[in-house]
Design a protein around this ligand. Structure first.
Ligand code: SF4
Length: 340
């Protein structure tokens, strides 16, 4: 097994529930924001996590980082089970992981200059001496394409792209093995997005850092990822290589997502999903996607499809039809034929 084949991170069956009250006098309902997600991430590789807003992507990222404790399931990082938050063992592992946030202005402290903020993780984790921190900060700023004098700038004096570079410099201060990038380009101008993606790819090639790249932008995910997982209502419904999942998706929900992006080589038009996005507090029985699925069979409303490898290719799919277990529409009343 080569170094790149070794799993750096393994999340097993993560579940995260929240209590939600509908209206002031409504009864509390349980929302399963993440409902049995398992992920593996290898050193030097990027796993793209895609899905609509509210599907559980960010909560999964926060559990991977140990910022949220799963209600069940667990995370192993570099063959160590993630310790309880706040403990010395947790701090030691956390120094090897960092987060790049969606909103770089919100992620930075407006009252502190960039140099102080990039130096912060060095101080927290006791890396280097006070005397050599300015040299380290300069090297970190240069490594993300900022100038040394940007250390004296305040966040509001930088452009959006420069702020995201500063956030990345701070994230790289501890030489992490894992970066969790949560929608890292969605708050940036389109012209800057490509620059930041190129920078992330260049940092990965240089340092071998693994990335969990969370985004609703399928084109960005396709460009950045070695593997892709598609989430729907707290579960992974399809996982595989970007050329499979984002070019010829097998799961009907992934097909609908991908169809929204024009692509010269793809056949068929845009798939418009029926019905409203589901209420996470009222998860449909069986396959949670069945009320909106054009291929649903009677079985789909009864049995939860399991995410498992498909016999015909290497991807994992959670769909009775895509797995060949049932024909589309089987067991459902057929629409009445129109009289001639
Ligand atoms: Fe559609 Fe059934 Fe597959 Fe769910 S299991 S995506 S309802 S075909």
């Amino acid at each position: 097994m080569s170094v790149n084949d070794e799993p750096l991170l393994h999340a097993q069956d993560l579940v995260r529930r929240y209590a939600m009250r509908r209206g002031m006098f409504g009864r509390p309902a349980e929302v399963r924001a993440v409902d049995g997600v398992s992920l593996t991430l290898r050193r030097g590789q990027t796993l793209g996590l895609v899905g609509e807003s509210g599907c559980g992507k960010s909560t999964t990222g926060r559990m991977v980082l140990g910022l949220e404790v799963p209600d069940s399931g667990g995370v192993a990082f570099a063959n160590e089970r993630m310790p309880a938050p706040g403990t010395p063992a947790w701090r030691r592992l956390r120094a090897r992981m960092a987060m790049v946030y969606q909103d770089p202005l919100g992620a930075l402290d407006r009252r502190l200059d960039i140099g102080t903020q990039v130096a912060e993780p060095l101080e927290i984790h006791g890396i280097g001496t006070r005397a050599d921190r300015p040299v380290r900060v300069t090297a970190l700023l240069r490594s993300v394409g900022l100038r040394p004098d940007h250390a004296r700038s305040f966040p509001h004096e930088l452009s959006g792209g420069q702020r995201q570079r500063a956030v990345l410099a701070r994230a790289l201060a501890t030489s992490p093995d894992l970066l969790v990038c949560d929608e890292p380009i969605s708050a940036l101008d389109v012209s800057i997005q490509a620059q930041v993606m190129n920078l992330l790819a260049e940092v990965q090639a240089r340092t071998g850092v693994a990335m969990l790249f969370i985004s609703h932008d399928l084109r960005a995910v396709r460009q950045m990822s070695h593997r892709v997982a598609v989430m729907y209502l707290g579960r992974v419904v399809e996982e595989g290589e970007p050329d499979d999942v984002l070019h010829a998706p097998a799961h009907p929900y992934a097909q609908a997502l991908v169809s929204a992006i024009p692509h010269p080589g793809r056949r068929g038009g845009r798939i418009v999903l029926k019905g409203d996005p589901p209420n996470p507090a009222a998860r449909p029985p069986g396959c949670a996607f069945h009320p909106r699925c054009a291929l649903a069979a009677a079985l789909c409303a009864r049995e939860v499809p399991v995410l498992k490898p498909r016999a015909s290719d290497r991807r994992l799919v959670a769909c009775h039809v895509a797995q060949g277990e049932v024909a589309p529409g089987a067991g459902l009343p057929q629409p009445a034929m129109e009289a001639a």
